[in-house]
Ligand binder design. Structure first.
Ligand code: 3PG
Ligand code: MG
Length: 409
């Protein structure tokens, strides 16, 4: 893959696809990690005189057509404002994605300046399954860069999406991968090519349906799998435990049982919770008590891992040389139920070796809980993207960047 240093960008318009999909509370950004992670490529391009036009998505806008989606939002306005603060320079945001307003912002950029187009998912073609529809939008976006335009793909967190601005657009312009994409891929390669052992993987998050594929693939490489959080209740159920009203995907029990059998066959140790925090309901102030997994009350739901589980997880991490962690192990957004996720973060931070916190929710969790970036080797900006990479799948956006064949002209 070509990096940005190998692309001539001076005085040219560079369409930069970034992943600036930040969690919002109303219009307030609650974690700006992805914006910060995008800065090195932006400043690197700016210092070489590129005119940077950023294309990014935010959330999943709903609506039948452009007008409905644009009316419903979310707009990238708060992101443009935050980026402008971080860069210490104005970042004009076009009122549309690939129309007149976007063309005007593009034309207004001086060498080294940064502008943005609106939420690319306002255009239904961005996420369309129809190749021709996506190609149409890609051509309109490419036209914004004008003759001699360039494309830089740095939206690591969206590389698993076969979307117009991620997958189709790079084929139309000479392109390179941004620094963030190169750094993320380098870390993922360290996890997949000969990881130092023991290699311990911690998986949490709501549902096994999101993680079964990666678990199957990890059985080839990991030595130990620690499973916590929402997804662990289906695993416990598959082992014959009652989990009351806890989150459950009962239809997946047969598949989960198969995965457990396969792990046993291959000598991969699977560690499940031994105690849970049973709460009266899903609320920040819900009454709760710690119970062993063998005695879970029928009318309660689990909101976190209990102390015996946390000690067990810490013990299973103590000798690790490589760790990948994806997914909170409790409802960390409620302080009363954040102890599990905090303890896992703590234990991972003590590991001397490669420690990777994978994406989205877990990255937001460790920052929300106050862990400094330096507590881990790498906090990934990609949740789904890192998981799909570790599943052994080819990420469409990565394939598009790896294809160095530049279009003529
Ligand atoms: C993410 O937040 O996982 C990425 O930005 C991709 O967003 P998506 O899951 O809505 O496609
Ligand atoms: Mg996602």
């Amino acid at each position: 893959m070509r990096g940005i240093d190998e692309l001539d960008v001076g005085g040219r318009t560079v369409l930069l696809r970034a992943d600036l999909n930040t969690p919002l509370d109303g219009s307030a950004i609650t974690d700006d990690g992805r914006i910060r992670a995008s800065l090195p490529t932006i400043t690197g391009l700016a210092s070489r005189g590129a005119r940077i036009l950023i294309c990014a998505h935010l959330g999943r806008p709903a609506g039948a057509d452009y007008a409905e989606r644009a009316a419903g939002g979310p707009s990238l306005q708060p992101v443009a404002e935050r980026l402008s603060e971080l860069l210490g320079a104005g970042v004009p945001l076009a009122a549309d994605v690939a129309g007149q307003a976007a063309a005007e912002v593009a034309a207004s950029l001086a060498d080294g300046a940064v502008g943005m187009v609106e939420n690319v998912r306002f255009e239904p073609a961005e996420t369309s399954k129809d190749d021709a529809e996506r190609a149409g939008l890609a051509r309109r976006l490419a036209a914004l860069a004008g003759p001699g335009g360039r494309y830089v793909g740095d939206g690591f967190g969206a590389l698993h999406r076969k979307h117009a601005s991620v997958y189709d657009l790079p084929a139309l312009l000479p392109h390179a991968a941004g620094d963030l994409v190169l750094a993320e891929v380098a870390v993922l390669r360290r996890l997949t090519e000969n990881p130092e052992r023991p290699y311990v993987v911690i998986l949490g998050g709501a549902k096994p349906s999101d993680k079964l594929a990666v678990i199957s693939n990890l059985l080839d490489s990991a030595d130990r799998l620690l499973i916590g959080g929402g997804m662990s209740y289906t695993f416990l159920k598959a082992q014959g435990y009652e989990v009351g009203r806890s989150l459950l995907e009962p239809h997946l029990i047969p598949q989960v049982s198969e995965v457990l059998e396969e792990a046993a066959k291959r000598g991969v140790e699977v560690v499940l919770p031994v105690d849970l925090v049973a709460a009266t309901g899903f609320a920040p102030d819900a009454g709760h008590e710690v119970v062993p997994v063998g005695a879970f009350p029928a009318d309660r739901e689990s909101m976190d891992m209990g102390p015996a589980t946390l000690a067990l997880f810490a013990e299973k991490l103590a000798d690790a040389k490589t760790v990948f962690w994806n997914g909170p192990v409790g409802v960390f957004e409620f302080p009363a139920f954040a102890a599990g996720t905090r303890a896992v973060a703590e234990a991972v931070s003590h590991v001397t070796g490669l420690t990777v916190v994978g994406g989205g929710d877990s990255a937001a969790a460790v920052r929300t809980l106050g862990f400094p970036e330096g507590a881990f080797t790498h906090i990934s900006t990609g949740g789904g993207a890192s998981l799909e990479y570790l599943e052994g799948r080819r990420l469409p956006g990565l394939a598009a960047l790896e294809d160095a064949g530049d279009p003529a002209g």
